[in-house]
Ligand binder design. Structure first.
Ligand code: NAD
Length: 343
């Protein structure tokens, strides 16, 4: 097959491309505007493609908002499936600049769906998020738990989900899998690719940056939650396990199965204190921690019910280990920190 991957130069997309190149015979074409993705990631993926000698890798430096350029890519290629990672993903920014999120996430996704129906690309795998649940009404969170996003980022993704579902209902040849990711963390275990955007706000990345002195201290937002140690608990999933779920999703759609929504997490979580303690232990560095008030909209607990993805896709996680997640994140920061300025 020929797989189109938007956002393949970014964090999660690059890990999926890596697995497609190493573990399948598929050809892969990436579209990315390199706004948060990196040329160095593409260079590494190119070496992986050469080394694995499976499918070909091609890259288009293009912005999804440029409909004419994107349509030209669909005209000159024959894609069998689309994996759509490209998006804006920073929650506070989405509150300050909602239109950026509705345009880059919802509008550009809608245009891609339109191109897929016009150019007969019948398999669409979409990166959604636990943010669509807002402050969830039940824990663990099921796919059927009420969706009630509390910020434009989550809403922009939920709206895209709806466009996908409505389009599939009206087009029998168009199918989708929506994967709702929980907290994605860690990096390639061979330390070739990782989360390269220095200002990313993910806790485990920030803890690694603090251990390495890129940040003076790390903040814990709220220590008075109704959890075992008072800090928030999240379901951290290693990026390579998340990537393998995409390969399983592709297989599932290739077998002619119909559209489905699946949570992607491990079904258990760790508190902020536990993450910080683990990062201190694996780095050997006792970095500074500051306790701050709660942030609005942070639920105490966010844990997936991942029964469906395991059962339906036969997905078997390999890296469900906080030590390994922190270790791989730390090694990646150590390797790439010189590219970032201290903040
Ligand atoms: N990282 C997480 O914890 C997490 C959690 C839930 C969901 N997600 C979803 O996963 C997807 C990937 O996230 P990520 O963490 O890899 O982010 P990322 O910022 O590392 O990757 C996004 C990629 O898309 C590219 N891009 C953005 N807008 C584009 C546009 N208009 N045209 C072309 N390319 C564009 C960027 O350059 C980047 O390479 C996103 O859709 C995000 O909403 C991420």
């Amino acid at each position: 097959m020929h797989i189109l991957v938007t956002g393949g130069a970014g964090y999660i997309g690059s890990h999926v491309v890596k697995q497609l190149l190493e573990e399948t015979e598929h050809d892969v074409t990436i579209i990315d505007n390199l706004s948060t993705g990196h040329q160095s990631t593409l260079d590494t993926l190119e070496s992986i493609a050469l080394e694995s000698k499976h499918g070909d890798l091609r890259f288009y430096h293009a912005d999804l908002s440029d409909f004419a350029s994107i349509e030209k890519i669909f005209l000159t290629n024959r894609f069998d499936a689309l994996m759509h990672f490209a998006a804006s993903i920073v929650v506070p920014e989405s509150v300050e600049n909602p239109l950026k999120y509705y345009m880059n996430n919802t509008l550009n996704t809608t245009n891609l769906i339109r191109l897929c129906t016009e150019y007969k690309v019948g398999k669409f795998i979409f990166s959604s998020t636990a943010a669509i649940y807002g402050e969830p009404t039940e824990i663990p969170v099921k796919e059927a738990t009420v969706a009630n996003p509390i910020n434009p980022y989550g809403m922009s993704k939920l709206m895209s989900e709806r466009v996908l579902q409505d389009t599939a209902a009206a087009n029998p040849d168009f199918n989708f899998i929506i994967l709702r990711y929980f907290n994605v963390a860690g990096a390639d275990v061979r330390n070739r690719i990782g989360q390269s955007f220095p200002n990313a706000t993910h806790l485990i990345k920030v803890a690694a940056q603090t251990a390495l002195g890129y940040r003076d201290k790390i903040y814990i937002f709220g220590t008075d939650y109704d959890t075992s140690d008072g800090s928030c608990i999240r379901d951290y999933i290693h990026v390579d396990d998340l990537a393998s779920a995409h390969l399983k999703a592709l297989k599932y759609l290739s077998q002619g199965n119909k559209g489905i929504i699946l949570n992607c997490g491990y079904g258990h979580g760790f508190s902020v204190y536990e993450v910080i303690d683990t990062m201190k232990k694996i780095s050997g560095i006792d970095f500074s921690v500051k306790i701050s008030p709660r942030r609005s909209g942070d639920p105490a607990l966010l844990i997936s019910d991942c029964t469906n993805i395991k059962k339906i896709l036969d997905w078997i996680p390999q890296y469900d280990d906080l030590n390994l997640i922190c270790q791989t994140a730390f090694e990646w920061e150590k390797k790439t920190l010189h590219l970032s300025k201290k903040i």
